[in-house]
Design a protein around this ligand. Structure first.
Ligand code: GTQ
Length: 362
């Protein structure tokens, strides 16, 4: 046994002796669940974001056959939600596409119903293939068309159904990993499979989607937008008009964010959503931001270079492909044909915490 050392005396020891002293300290205190900060400080407080996530691309041509096989392997009823999760290759087994976000492709076959339930997790639906399925939220049904962005607010009953003859596929974006991080998730199944329709389709859009609002009911879903569906037809018109009539941003092309009309902020408290048009011949500049983003390609083709340090991924994308640009990776878009891209991220959380950062590189 060494005699007790006075503070500073460790400086007089050789490196091997100091290392031995520390090793013994760590071993002796470990049963008390004590760990030395100085061994991990650099990793705990990195000089810049060090996400474990990697860039990844899911080509729809490759994914679709597995979705259709899932369609024969299990019913929507038995599965509750028949979804193939898009897992970040570096987060396999965690049901996450970034540290904070979940993404999956949900399939509903003709005449099927995905039964009604509700949960704390917020969900977005971005319609990828097929028209005419519906999602019902809080008594109001919304018919899905490719490119529509549809919201399921936290803790609202929702079921999905398909009365058409075609399979319908959409991208689910949820804040599942975020809610899991806070250990704040609740969920319930509804009594019936299909919730009762209490309001005609389009009521929420008519009430809140025309730059007007009711006099006495301005936030029926708290921090979440009261508009359930943001139809693609309107979004597309806006982007095309801006492409013709307004300056094109060197980084984003023409990019708009969806808003909660009650607040001007994001449609959901945990997720921001965007739609952008890259004009034909667009050759964008590189940017990076702290919020990792998930993209769904709506129309056209293009490519994106996603880089961090020496590692660069180049993804060539077309309609219905999906990809993820992780936190603090630079992204640079280009498109010969012109294209339209939907995306979502956890930006509102970064902004609420005062930690959002974006760099536009030249
Ligand atoms: O449609 O309610 O992809 O609860 C994952 C969890 C979809 C949904 C998902 C869900 C849902």
């Amino acid at each position: 046994m060494n005699a007790p050392l006075t503070p500073g005396a460790v400086n007089a020891l050789g490196a091997a002796q100091a290392a031995e002293l520390r090793k013994q300290l760590y071993a002796d205190m470990s049963p008390l669940n004590l760990t030395p900060l100085w061994e991990v400080l650099h990793a705990l407080v990195p000089q810049q974001p060090q996400t474990p996530c990697v860039p990844a691309l899911w080509k729809y041509d490759e994914v679709r056959p597995f979705l259709m096989r899932a369609g024969t392997a299990i019913t929507a009823d038995e599965a509750v939600r028949r979804v193939l999760i898009l897992e970040n290759p570096a987060l396999r087994g965690q049901s996450a596409i970034t540290q904070s976000l979940y993404a999956g492709l949900q399939l509903i076959m003709p005449r099927e119903v995905a039964p009604s339930h509700r949960h704390t997790q917020s969900a977005l639906r971005f319609i990828v293939e097929g028209s005419g399925a519906y999602t019902a939220v809080d008594g109001e049904r919304t018919t899905m068309h490719p490119g529509d962005f549809i919201i399921t607010p936290s803790w609202t009953w929702h079921d999905h159904g398909n009365d058409t003859d075609e399979p319908v596929v959409w991208l689910d974006g949820l804040d599942i990993p975020t809610i899991r991080f806070f250990d704040a998730g609740f969920a319930q199944n509804d009594d019936g499979k299909v919730q009762k329709v209490t309001r005609p389709e389009g009521t929420s859009l008519a009430t809140y989607g025309n730059n007007m609002a009711p006099l006495r009911r301005d936030a029926p879903y708290g921090a979440t937008s009261p508009i359930f569906s943001y139809p693609y037809a309107r979004t597309r018109d806006a982007l095309h008009q801006l492409e013709r009539d307004a300056p094109i941003d060197d980084w984003d092309g023409v990019k708009l964010r969806y808003v909660n009309p009650s607040t001007g902020g994001s449609p959901m408290p945990t997720m921001a959503t965007f739609m952008q048009r890259l004009p034909a011949g667009f050759n964008g500049k590189a940017y990076r931001q702290t919020d990792g983003a998930v993209f769904s390609v709506v129309e056209g083709t293009g490519s994106v270079q996603v880089a961090r340090g020496d590692a660069t991924h180049t993804f060539h994308f077309g309609p219905r492909d999906h990809f993820v640009v992780p936190s603090w990776h630079t992204a640079r878009f280009s498109s010969q044909t012109g294209c339209v891209l939907f995306s979502f991220s956890d930006r509102p959380v970064h902004q609420a915490l005062g930690i959002h950062k974006e760099e536009r590189l030249s």
